[in-house]
Design a protein around this ligand. Structure first.
Ligand code: PMP
Length: 457
């Protein structure tokens, strides 16, 4: 179809996720046609280096033939199998087994769904089943972080703490609470790692005391807060929060939808601090974005408590038509082969190079903070380095940055006008990381020198 026709149909009919509808109608879509490795081509033939792995998901890069073949083979042989009524596909069983073998600690039970949002929502339901099963149904409150993101279902959007997801949506729900995020660059105390960690533990203890220990079921967090602005907590934070949850008698849920599958280096970010959550959510890198799939990892203890306290013949009423979809599962297996066959290792090497390149950016007068965890990076822009003043929202930096990125053939994420997010595919070569960093540096120089921006610094 001709580009103009596609643009018109898009404007008239396609509602884009998390978009400003009016702005989108004015700006029109950027329509992508193909991809190979870390590169995308749009309908005009323009080449873009994808510094964001689509939406932090295409970890293996585009056009992986082994993944395409696995999907094609499964689709031709058995495109669908329900998991209801005791049925299953070979691919789903095999994937569950391989994931359980790789999972931290005793996270041996796996529930497949379609993506990250319904993985989080499933956990929220599993928490209810668990608390009822153990005879503590009043434990219904959950606590998240003030910059946390946990998806876009009704309940998940309330656990998410970003304003755009709460606006006009009547969330958070009465049982959802938030404590301040561990945010080293904007910590209000001395900014020392130990203080940041102690403050988070104290905030959790205080919130649990406020709501009543007998009423709190769980604490949710991302090991690195992604959509909140790529905020990397100090080393030791995750383990300290895990310990605090155990002491407080509440479940610890790690949302590894972004951090899972090598994004921060290891297969799961929890491994870095030998943390074993009670439940863990994944999606994105699980299939590298080649098909929708998410999963909940559940500890033996949570699983057995629900199993052993449910009468025989009574089903646990949670599931979807596409739970454990065989094509997604076959893709998951092929992608797991890639991680094990060198993709994780390549991501670690590329991530080291990314860190060495990006840290030099922190000298720029417009760059307040550079934070990196593997192939995940956040660059926080400030108009004054001493006071750490954020850019004035009226400058509309997100839009300007995105426009310059497109012009220069670089995809990244511009969050809330002051943070640039990078999450390159793990398959990137050193040369591609260099090119990404060169392009980004040029864009930051250019934006800092725009007349309306520089006059307000
Ligand atoms: N949790 C986290 C940490 C996420 O980053 C996301 C998506 N960005 C989700 C949940 C929701 O996942 P999905 O968009 O696949 O529904």
């Amino acid at each position: 179809m001709h580009a103009e026709t596609l643009l018109r149909i898009d404007r008239d009919h396609l509602i884009h996720p998390v978009s400003a509808w009016r702005d989108h109608e004015e700006a029109g879509a950027r329509i992508l046609r193909s991809g190979k490795g870390a590169w995308l081509t749009d309908i005009h033939g323009k080449e873009l280096l994808d510094g964001f792995s689509g939406l932090w998901c295409v970890n293996a890069g585009y056009g992986c033939q082994s993944v395409v073949e696995a999907a094609t083979e499964q689709m031709a042989r058995l495109p669908y199998a329900t998991g209801y009524f005791g049925y299953a596909s070979e691919a789903a069983i095999e994937l569950a087994g391989r994931l359980a073998a790789k999972a931290p600690g005793n996270l041996n039970r796996i529930f497949f769904c379609q993506g990250g949002s319904d993985a989080v929502d499933s956990v929220l339901r599993f928490i209810r089943f668990f608390q009822h099963a153990r005879g503590t149904p009043q434990k219904r409150h959950v606590i998240g972080l003030a910059k946390g993101y946990h998806g876009s279902t009704y309940a998940g959007s309330g656990l998410t703490a970003l304003a755009a997801f709460h606006r006009d949506a009547d969330v958070p729900l009465s049982w959802q609470h938030h404590i301040p995020s561990p945010y080293p660059y904007r910590h209000e105390g001395d900014g020392q790692d130990s203080t940041i960690i102690a403050d988070s533990v104290a905030a959790l203890q205080q919130k649990v005391a406020e709501v009543g220990a007998a009423n709190v079921a769980a604490f949710f967090c991302e090991p690195v807060q992604g959509s909140g602005g790529v905020i990397v907590p100090p080393r030791g934070w995750l383990a300290a929060m895990r310990r605090a949850c155990t002491e407080l008698g509440i479940l610890f849920v790690a949302d590894e939808v972004i951090t899972g599958f090598g994004r921060t280096g290891p297969l799961f970010a929890c491994e870095t601090e030998q943390v074993v959550p009670d439940m863990m959510t994944v999606a994105k890198g699980l299939t590298s974005g080649y098909a929708p799939m998410g999963a909940v990892f559940m500890s033996d203890e949570v699983y057995e408590t629900v199993r052993d306290n449910t009468p025989p013949g009574v089903p646990i009423g949670h599931g979807m038509t596409y739970s454990a979809h065989p094509v997604s599962a076959a893709i998951g297996l092929a992608v797991l082969d890639l991680y094990e066959g060198g993709l994780l290792a390549n991501g670690v090497a590329a991530g080291r190079h990314l860190a060495s390149r990006l840290t030099t950016l922190s000298e720029h007068p417009f760059v307040g903070d550079v934070r990196i965890s593997g192939m995940l990076a956040g660059i926080e822009l400030v108009t004054d380095k001493t006071s750490r003043r954020k850019p004035d929202p009226s400058l509309g930096l997100s839009k300007k940055l995105a426009a310059l990125g497109y012009r220069d053939g670089l995809l990244f994420r511009a969050f809330a006008d002051d943070v640039i997010g990078l999450a390159p595919p793990l398959c990137c070569s050193i040369e591609e990381i260099d090119l990404m960093c060169d392009r980004l540096t040029r864009i930051i120089h250019e934006i800092a020198n725009l007349r309306d921006v520089s006059s307000r610094r």
